[in-house]
Design a protein around this ligand. Structure first.
Ligand code: CTP
Length: 407
């Protein structure tokens, strides 16, 4: 049997990037031989094994035939006769379809190295269409390697467009889609992920609520870039430049969804978009079974981002309502993430990327003032239960009035 490193490990070594996980393909072996060598099988359907000592993945060379819709619709054919070339041709991109042996001899039948040098993401063969998740994968690789100058080949874009139009993306499970989306958002250029999905028609299938923002104007005074879709891409770009966590990046992507619902005769104004957007944010959250912390922050940022921008003008009572909504006493981190998302929103505007955002420190100071109100004196005055809650609120309001007067 022969063993080769394949996929990302080969690609990233050739790019001079750190290799994190190593996939290997085994040619000329049977399942029985692998088990006899102590390899542990993974899952029932896949001829994939874990090395008894290193725990790394070894897959038997296989061919795949699509037998139905969705991810379940695969049958695998693995046998000692399947060649390395046959295994590589069913992979997604030429740059992911190279193999190397222990002596670093490269097997590259589909010219992955040439495409690496030309900075092109190109599908290997029509077998690409066997897994529609690859549309998201290509967009994710485009987001990851945009800084190196990679773009998607025209013929691959055409295929991605066909796959999107066929409705196949609807068959992807929430878990698989979210894994790609969340990884893509954490790349250095997450806006490229959304842009590529939009360009091939996949965004309309996956997140029509985000797609609908393109072509929707906003007032030029606050938004020199005018287009709401472009603004969203810039906010996402800022969130990556400022190394924000996934929660903030997800909230950035969804914060303005309400603007896609504004009747055209109200353009470029978007009255109450913070409110109208909530049901859309909820729908997207549920569609991809998004983790709870991301869901929550996206909804809160959607509802309150304009409050964030207007922080210095808010009445003390409105400021208190905002702080209470975030439960800043038990969830300080979440409020910090809200502030970060608002700042990204303010900077994600053409020519305003470097602007200062005094609202951030002002909001932090207000939260601090509210938190400093001590409970003990109120307990000593005999307050308890709901009355204690009311008394605390009154004291916090007083503290915020003082804070505002001195700010
Ligand atoms: N692969 C594929 N189609 C998929 C998933 C994986 O063709 N839907 C193939 C590709 O050859 C890929 C390899 O399996 O390179 C390993 O997949 P995976 O570990 O998911 O990705 P990597 O390419 O290693 O990239 P990453 O750095 O994102 O993990």
């Amino acid at each position: 049997m022969q063993v080769y490193k394949v996929g990302g490990a080969v690609r990233d070594r050739l790019l001079g990037l750190p290799v994190t996980d190593i996939d290997r393909v085994v040619v000329g072996a049977t399942t029985e031989e692998m088990l006899a060598k102590g390899f542990r099988p993974v899952g029932a359907d896949f001829p994939v094994f874990l090395h008894p000592k290193t725990g790394e993945e070894y897959a038997l060379a296989r061919t795949e035939r699509k037998s139905g819709r969705g991810y379940g619709g695969f049958t695998f054919y693995a046998s000692p006769e399947v060649t390395l070339e046959e295994d590589l041709i069913r992979r997604d991109l030429t740059i992911n379809a190279m193999a190397e042996d222990d002596q670093l001899n490269l097997t590259d039948p589909y010219h992955g190295q040439r495409d690496l040098e030309a900075r092109i993401l190109r599908h290997v063969s029509p077998a690409f269409a066997e897994d529609p998740l690859r549309v998201l994968r290509v967009a994710r690789f485009a987001a990851r390697y945009a800084g190196l100058g990679f773009t998607v080949a025209d013929e691959t874009m055409d295929l991605m467009r066909q796959l999107s139009e066929s409705g196949e993306l609807q068959a992807l499970t929430a878990e698989r889609s979210w894994k790609e989306i969340s990884r893509a958002l954490l790349e250095d250029h997450p806006q490229v992920f959304i842009q590529v999905l939009r360009d091939c028609g996949a965004l309309k299938e996956l997140m029509p609520e985000v797609d609908a923002l393109f072509g929707v104007p906003q007032p030029e005074t606050h938004h020199p870039e005018i287009d709401t879709g472009l603004h969203t891409l810039s906010v996402l770009e800022q969130s990556a430049l400022h190394k924000q966590p996934l929660t903030v990046r997800w909230a950035c992507l969804l914060h303005d969804l309400g603007k896609g619902l504004t009747p055209e005769d109200e353009w470029p104004r978007h009255i109450a978009h913070e409110h109208t957007g909530l049901k859309l944010i909820k729908a997207v959250n549920e569609r991809f079974k998004v983790p709870k912390d991301c869901q929550e922050l996206a909804l809160l940022v959607g509802q309150y981002h304009t409050h964030g921008h207007r922080a210095l003008e808010l009445k003390a009572s409105t400021l208190l309502e905002l702080l209470q909504s975030f439960d800043i006493y038990r969830r300080p981190q979440r409020f910090e993430e809200f502030i970060a998302a608002c700042e990204m929103d303010a900077r994600g505007r053409e020519g305003l990327e470097q602007r200062s955002y005094p609202q951030a420190d002002y909001l932090r100071g207000a939260a601090q003032a509210a938190r400093e109100v001590a409970v003990q004196p109120l307990l000593e005055q005999g307050f308890k239960g709901p009355e204690l809650g009311e008394a605390l609120k009154r004291e916090r309001l007083k503290a915020l009035k003082i804070y505002k007067d001195n700010a």
